[in-house]
Design a protein around this ligand. Structure first.
Ligand SMILES: Nc1ncnc2c1ncn2[C@@H]1O[C@H](COP(=O)(O)OP(=O)(O)OP(=O)(O)O)[C@@H](O)[C@H]1O
Ligand SMILES: [Mg+2]
Length: 337
């Protein structure tokens, strides 16, 4: 049986098996002929069946039609299923037939209503063919759905190879987690490994907000630059300038402004949900947006509550924290089965 952690985010898909971790943009696009020549470069996946589609890195700049969903029931969509199949194939490119036990997550605000629907949609056999690989079939036998963000914390507590509890002081602690994703920001209070409902909520509006602000600026100041959302996200994440008719234009100011807005928003949510935060032993920042937004959140918070600001810690490799937590949880749950 293959234990797999899957985190199909609104921006990036992350997946983990015992020996491998993969991540790629959550994009599914039309397959165009030129794709077939770059199949082996590892940045994306080219489906031949159930339909010709380009997934991940291949879809960012080459597909003419891209699909990027942001709605709540996207996990029932074809896009979601293509991202899942691509994840399984990237983890196990040589496997023709496999049985899978899968751990994944949902934003905390949706989990109680959507958990069973998500489980039902995943408990089936996924059959597909990707260029350069054998035809593959993965039968999903078992599914666990955890709250996003909770798993990021779990990744700090459980051993990634065995699922055993390795940091027992943390397992007994009262912590807060802020999971900054592209589409969602999750806030979780966790005490002795259980979530504290009154300290837990998730809100739409993660780092895509920064992309929208930068996009509006580009449309206004540099018309004619046709950049996709993931390309703009790349510019922001790497702090790169853009080239416009041969001139280099810095985006620092507009990015800074957008980061300030999002960080301010996160700080007001922290304060309204957790008050002074004095009850928490530590507050972790997780999710791929944590690197970008962390320093701003700390400095804005320091103006009103310096002690809480000092109690904030950025998780290691924050973008894959959830998926590493899903995988370790699966190991713990199924290690004897
Ligand atoms: N190579 C990269 N290119 C662009 N952004 C990156 C890259 N690596 C990390 N990031 C950062 O990761 C963030 C996305 O975080 P994450 O993958 O946690 O979101 P998500 O899980 O897809 O979203 P959600 O949780 O809302 O569904 C981006 O906003 C960006 O700041
Ligand atoms: Mg996420």
């Amino acid at each position: 049986m293959l234990v797999v952690g899957i985190d199909l985010g609104y921006g990036f898909s992350k997946a983990k098996s015992q020996s491998k971790i993969v991540q790629f943009p959550s994009l599914v696009g039309e397959a165009v002929a030129s794709h077939y020549q770059v199949v082996s470069n590892g940045v994306g996946t080219m489906f031949i069946s159930p339909e010709a589609k380009a997934v991940g890195g291949l879809a960012v700049s080459r597909s003419t039609i891209q699909e990027r969903r942001e709605d709540r029931s996207w996990f029932l969509s074809e896009t979601y299923h293509f991202l899942l199949m691509a994840s399984l194939s990237e983890l196990f490119p040589e496997v023709s037939v496999g049985n899978v036990q899968l751990v994944t997550g949902l934003p905390v605000s949706y989990i109680s209503t959507d958990r069973d629907r998500l489980k039902r949609s995943l408990l089936r056999t996924f059959k597909f063919h990707i260029a350069g690989r054998p035809s593959q079939a993965f039968a999903v036998q078992d599914v666990i759905v955890l709250p996003q963000g909770y798993a990021a914390f779990i990744s700090e507590v459980l051993d990634p190879r065995t699922g055993a509890i390795v940091t027992s002081d943390l397992a007994n602690a009262h912590v807060g987690v802020v999971d900054v994703g592209c589409g969602t920001v999750g806030f979780l209070g966790i005490r002795e490994m259980k979530d504290v409902p009154s300290e837990t909520a998730s809100f739409p509006g993660g780092t895509w907000r920064i992309v929208s602000q930068v996009r509006r600026y580009l449309e206004d100041k540099l018309p004619g630059l046709a950049l996709g959302d993931h390309e703009i996200m790349g510019l922001i994440a790497e702090g790169r300038a853009v080239s416009y008719y041969g001139k280099t234009v810095s985006l620092k100011l507009v990015i800074n402004e957008a980061l300030d807005d999002l960080a301010g928003n996160i700080v007001s949510r922290i304060t309204s949900l957790w008050g002074s935060g004095a009850q928490m032993d530590r507050v972790y920042l997780a999710g791929g947006g944590a690197d970008l937004i962390g320093p701003k959140v700390e400095s804005i918070l320091a103006e009103s509550n310096e002690r809480l600001a000092r109690n904030i810690e950025l998780l290691n490799q924050p973008q894959t924290a959830n998926v590493r937590g899903y995988f370790a949880y699966g190991l713990r749950k199924w290690r004897d089965s």
